[in-house]
Design a protein. Structure first.
Length: 357
């Protein structure tokens, strides 16, 4: 090798004054500037031992690739934008984590713009902010009925993938089979012998909540079971607790399907405080399979969905669009799985009270 990988004080000082260049790294590593450029751009036609030597020289000199210059040469910024409503929900955080890890593996950075309220104005502002950040493509995770609106314009000429947000067919989409999961939850309770299943739905402007509610209703109708009134929640534990207090006061309710695990947790607390046993008096099913759902008391029967797989698949589709790779599947729907734990059982013995319609 031309010289030791330990940079001399004078070399480090000169690099700090003007910033280390490709030439500095090439001289330090004993390779050509073309080889350094290939490594900096993530190309694979470099021997692994040479790549590691170049990376070590970059670190020793404090070299950082000039993203703007690289974008001028390649036409790409290697940066992906993510527009996401709420960073606090379990599903969104798991999805975002998978997007970030997959992007880093593929040599891309991500820029996240959270949307505080899923309104037309906020979504449009978020998209504009991302365009100012020089991104190669955007992943949209806004599950409310916003992306379908005519006054929300997704960037033209830019690759876009939508997660659980739209019925539009002009962009690749990735989603969980929400209807399948709701059917599994409802049918499980019917198969245990419950006369009907009550539902705590998500917000009225949510696509996933609407799909789950519609499938719950259809499953009951196909089984010839009464369809009770819907409790309307907002995904929070507080909403589940509030509706759980009413459920606890109504002895005719023996089975509850909550549209997510957090609302199911609120129901469990309300039932416990009211002295109604789960599952002996009331069975409860959630949706999401949160990491903590097996530690609820009792452990929660729920619907498992692959948030990480959704994030990875969205990133794969977006990069395929950015890099113009052959990608025959433009959209993906991932299956759900019923996870049976201790919060469900057959209804209590004795005559069941009629369900309210």
């Amino acid at each position: 090798m031309a010289e030791s990988l330990a940079a001399s004080p004078s070399a480090r000082s000169a690099a700090r004054k003007r910033g280390p260049s490709l030439g500095d790294v090439a001289a330090h590593a004993g390779v050509s500037t073309q080889t350094v450029s290939r490594v900096a751009n993530g190309l694979t036609n470099v021997e692994e031992s040479t790549r590691q030597r170049v990376l070590a020289s970059m670190q020793a000199l404090g070299y950082r690739p000039n993203r703007a210059a690289r974008a001028l040469r390649s036409g790409r910024f290697r940066n992906i934008g993510v527009v996401m409503f709420t960073l606090s929900s379990y599903g969104n955080m798991r999805t975002l984590d998978a997007i970030a890890v997959s992007a880093a593996t593929a040599g891309y950075a991500i820029t996240v713009v959270p949307v505080e309220r899923p309104t037309q104005q906020e979504v449009s502002v978020a998209l504009s902010r991302l365009l100012e950040q020089a991104v190669d493509g955007i992943i949209v995770v806004i599950e409310a009925h916003i992306v379908d609106r005519a006054d929300v314009e997704l960037p033209s000429g830019l690759s876009v993938v939508v997660i659980d947000s739209t019925e539009r067919s002009d962009y690749p989409q990735v989603d969980t089979d929400q209807a399948e999961g709701a059917r599994q939850a409802t049918q499980h309770l019917l198969d245990l012998g419950h006369r009907t299943v009550w539902h705590i739905a998500g917000p009225g402007d949510s696509y996933s909540a609407a799909r789950r509610e519609e499938s719950w209703r259809r499953t009951l109708e196909e089984a010839g079971a009464p369809v009770p009134e819907v409790f309307r929640g907002d995904w929070s534990t507080a909403a589940g607790y509030r509706h759980g207090q009413e459920i606890a006061a109504r002895p005719e309710i023996t089975a509850v399907f909550a549209a997510n695990d957090q609302m199911a947790l609120g129901v469990l607390r309300a039932l416990h405080e009211a002295g109604r046993r789960v599952p002996e008096d009331v069975s409860v099913v959630g949706f999401d399979d949160m990491a903590e759902s097996d530690s609820f008391w009792p452990p929660l029967t729920t619907i498992h969905q692959e948030f990480e797989a959704i994030g990875r698949r969205a990133l794969e589709l977006l990069i395929a669009e950015i890099e113009a790779r052959p990608e025959p599947v433009r959209s993906s729907v991932l299956h759900t799985r019923l996870v049976v734990r201790a919060s469900t059982a057959p209804p209590p013995a004795g005559p069941a009270a009629p369900a309210a319609g």
